[in-house]
Design a protein around this ligand. Structure first.
Ligand SMILES: [Ca+2]
Ligand SMILES: [Ca+2]
Length: 249
């Protein structure tokens, strides 16, 4: 029995060496395989799988393509996004910022709806088409002072179409603001003047208050000096409510 002791010890050592040598974890492998069931080849080494996720390897690899629009090959099968069968009929991106709703069809991202642009505004230029690289409709603004429709005194100011015969902040031209208490006169010319709709001493020139621009004091009332100073449909008069925009008689 004394002689059998060392022999049993050596036999036990050999068995341990055998187990370590054939541990399927971290065994060398390549793309063609070489790993035992339950293991997958990652970075040329076998890694233990658990539900498609590689464990004990420091990195994780999903069993399927998880994002079909990111240009990446999540499951490391050599096929990314629509080229991977995992993405069939799933949402993707065709790289055109003006399309939405694309899906992977026969390995290609297609079928999106092209964004429609609104008709350009009166102070916008351009053809109203979406720019793919920007993913939005672009309308360059017309220059300040450009005519922009009816009434004929309408002008573009910082991209907005304004009537410079009436706009207090742009009276007669972009950026020409009236002083506090004044308004932009719409008749005769675009100039800032006292507010003609204010009755306190403005209609009656007998108090010594000045008349609005383009009007003169007649028989104690501020009245327009010519028909051209009246708005369409109004008449020069000092009674009956004519030229109501200038003075309420
Ligand atoms: Ca992907
Ligand atoms: Ca893939």
């Amino acid at each position: 029995m004394r002689r059998l002791g060392p022999l049993l010890f050596l036999t036990a050592m050999s068995a341990c060496s055998l187990i370590v040598q054939f541990d399927p974890e971290s065994q060398p492998c390549d793309a063609s395989g070489g790993c035992a069931d339950g293991f997958s080849c990652v970075d040329k080494l076998c890694k233990r799988l658990d539900g498609g996720v590689v464990l004990d390897g420091g990195s994780t690899t999903p069993a399927h393509e998880t994002n079909c629009a990111d240009g990446l090959d999540e499951d490391l099968d050599g096929r990314k996004d629509c080229a991977d069968d995992d993405c069939a009929a799933k949402a993707c991106s065709d790289g055109n910022g003006c399309t939405t709703g694309e899906t992977c069809t026969a390995g290609t991202c297609m079928g999106g709806t092209t964004m429609l642009c609104n008709t350009p505004g009166p102070c916008q230029s351009g053809n109203g088409l979406c720019v793919p690289a920007m993913g939005r409709c672009v309308y360059p603004a017309l220059a300040d002072g450009a005519s922009c429709g009816f009434p004929l005194s309408s002008r573009c100011c910082a991209g907005a179409c304004l009537n410079i015969n009436e706009n207090t902040a742009h009276c007669g031209g972009c950026g020409l603001a009236c002083a506090t208490g004044q308004v932009c006169q719409s008749i005769n010319q675009s100039t800032c003047a006292l507010d003609p709709t204010e009755l306190s001493g403005r209609c009656s020139c007998g108090t010594g208050a000045p008349c609005p621009s383009g009007q003169m004091c007649t028989a104690g009332f501020c009245v327009p000096t010519a028909q051209a100073q009246c708005a369409p449909g109004e008449m020069v008069a000092n009674s009956g409510g004519a030229c109501v925009g200038y003075c309420r008689y």
